[in-house]
Ligand binder design. Structure first.
Ligand code: SF4
Ligand code: SF4
Length: 143
């Protein structure tokens, strides 16, 4: 009778002094693996410009038509840049094809995974919301 009781007590004490395996989510977030595929976002250079040259390769390669509405403009030195770009996260399957196809490394899948929404329209990102820094700020606002 007393032996099982002591065994149970020992197990409880052991658990009390061992490292917890749970996290205080959402205050503490679990780090994701380097190869984790979050939602695609447009990358910006150090100078603050988007790397994208509006070649539309990502749009062509996307198997679920999640990328659409890319419109290009031309700069003073005849460089192209996008003025419109839509990423529809309700269609995205996080395959990473857009990232692989991009010749400029201008689109990449980030490490964000808190994408649940009450309003689906918030998952349709225009060019500003799809751009790196703004994208991350927006995600933080959702919490
Ligand atoms: S991750 Fe895949 S599904 Fe999502 S936008 Fe890129 S190519 Fe399309
Ligand atoms: S993100 Fe890359 S592949 Fe897509 S339009 Fe811009 S430069 Fe082309």
């Amino acid at each position: 009778m007393i032996i099982p009781l002591l065994k149970g007590l020992a197990t409880t004490l052991k658990a009390c002094f061992s490292k917890p395996i749970t996290l205080q989510y959402p205050e503490v977030k679990r780090p994701v693996a380097p190869r984790f595929r979050g939602h695609p976002e447009l990358v910006i250079n150090d100078d603050g410009d988007r790397r994208c040259v509006a070649c539309t390769l990502c749009m062509v390669v996307c198997p679920s038509n999640a990328i659409r509405g890319i419109e290009a403009a031309e700069g003073e030195n005849h460089e192209k840049y996008p003025v419109a770009f839509t990423i529809d996260l309700t269609r995205c399957i996080f395959c990473g094809f857009c990232q692989e196809a991009c010749p400029k490394a201008a689109i990449k899948l980030n490490n964000l995974y808190e994408l649940a929404q009450y309003d689906k329209s918030r998952l349709i990102l225009d060019i500003d919301k799809a751009t790196q820094e703004k994208s991350q700020l927006r995600m933080a606002d959702w919490l």
